[in-house]
Design a protein around this ligand. Sequence first.
Ligand code: CA
Length: 219
Amino acid sequence: MAKYLKPAAFLGVLIAGLVFVAQSPASVVFDPINRTIDTWGDEPVTDQDKKWTLIDTNLNPNTAVQFFTTVQTTQDVHSSTLNFVGSLPVGTFFIDYSIEIVGAPLLFFKAVSMDTTVPDQSAPGVTVVKLVDDDADPVDDPLRTLTSKNGVPSGLQFFPPLLTKLWVHETFTVPTDGLLTNATNTYTQAPIPEPASVLLWLGLGGTAAVVCWWRRRKR
Ligand SMILES: [Ca+2]
């Protein structure tokens, strides 16, 4: 029996360990924070390590807003839910806000998704479009665009690394006889570098070093 693990075996054990850690189901769900558009506008909301700042909107000031956080082992899931009391009236509405990671220096945004609630009896054409950017003008050249139509979720979109603040512009379009009762934004964050990324970088770095050495040797 070998007294020590060969490098390949060691790497295997390391990867197995990391996969095990990544799959640990431990999570903590925090109490939601409830506001209205009006009270959110008065003061930014800090929910765990997220600061949500309302910039501008034409939504009814009484529209309910809820913030909540679920922290998993290696990935925090932070959501804001816009609860429209009853349903939004017919028309087009917008909201501008920023979301920032505060007090957590080694965490960065990883991905964003959006979902909406459109009751069955709604007329078709209820559309929510979300523009997300890394500068204060999300309408101009946004980093990511998500669309939820007739209540179908937008799907998940990933961010480039190292972002700690995002600016968001959302538009809600409610046609005649359309019903939109709820919109949920979900942001996940992750430490960079993640264990899997480190392994990838080590692998790429190692390959690059070998290639350099081989080229030099051939000269
Ligand atoms: Ca922009």
